[in-house]
Design a protein around this ligand. Structure first.
Ligand SMILES: [Zn+2]
Length: 263
């Protein structure tokens, strides 16, 4: 698959103080774009995540969900569905945070792929709305017929990964030639996607400098991670991967500097 088959979009952004995501960063609020990749695959058009969507604002009108919109103010210019010319056949959901699934309801015909663990958590009625919001998950963003359209990543074919992805050794195969790799620590059931020479790592790091310059997030960010210890292990593996294979294009969802090369 040639690079020309991959197109990258910024679909909305939120603002956070820089120090949250980068140790030694400033207090100034900086922009965190939400990236979406569209892959023109021989089996159909595939999206990696959806970015924000109008549904995000509807889902955060009331408390406690409103806390999400208040703590990370979101700006959305044109929703993804209005920017795309083509029909979307498949959507890969890296994890269930609202900035990754906000546009799902705009694609009622697409087949979906996601982690079973992450989906089941989003449907767990024993979890309070407040706690779900604190985890960044807004179940109202999921279409009603989600279950009839989804294939769980855990049910895809499990494969040994090629050497160029070492130290990642095991993953899943999607649409014949796309590798799905678990990137634990940031959120429940977070997976990245390798398409040819591009590794979309979602929120495994927020800023590429965590990989290239070992600049980790401020410890205060541990509060919003599923498991800080596992999160840092995943970053170490990504650092090793980058050293072993510097030509592999690692693309975090929210790193402005990385995205500026593709937009
Ligand atoms: Zn996230």
């Amino acid at each position: 698959m040639a690079d020309g088959n991959i197109k990258i979009y910024e679909i909305g952004y939120c603002k956070h103080p820089e120090f949250m995501v980068l140790r030694g960063g400033g207090f100034k609020s900086i922009k965190f774009p939400a990236m979406v990749a569209k892959i023109a695959h021989k089996q159909g058009n595939l999206l990696f995540d959806t970015g924000y969507g109008q549904h995000f604002f509807d889902a955060t009108e009331q408390f406690p969900e409103k806390l999400y919109a208040l703590t990370t103010p979101v700006t959305l210019d044109t929703p993804l569905v209005e920017r795309l010319q083509e029909k979307i056949d498949f959507i890969f959901i890296s994890h269930f945070h609202a900035d990754h699934i906000g546009g799902l309801k705009d694609f009622p015909d697409a087949k979906l792929f996601c982690s079973k663990e992450a989906y089941e958590l989003s449907q767990n009625r024993k979890i309070s709305r407040f706690f779900m919001t604190k985890q960044g998950v807004l179940p109202a963003l999921l279409p009603d017929d989600f279950e009839s359209r989804v294939t769980f990543i855990e049910d895809l074919e499990k494969v040994s990964l090629p050497k160029y992805l070492f130290p990642f050794t095991e993953g899943y195969l999607l649409l014949d030639d796309i590798y799905i790799i678990e990137l634990p620590g940031h959120a429940h059931g977070q997976y990245g996607m390798v398409v040819e020479n591009h590794f979309f790592i979602s929120d495994a790091v927020w800023d590429m400098r965590a990989i290239t310059h070992n600049r980790k997030p401020n410890p205060i960010a541990n509060l919003i991670m599923k498991s800080p210890k596992v999160y840092y292990e995943t970053i170490s593996k990504l650092q090793a991967l980058h050293q072993n294979n510097p030509d592999l294009e690692i693309i975090p969802t929210h790193c402005s500097h990385t995205l500026s090369k593709y937009l």
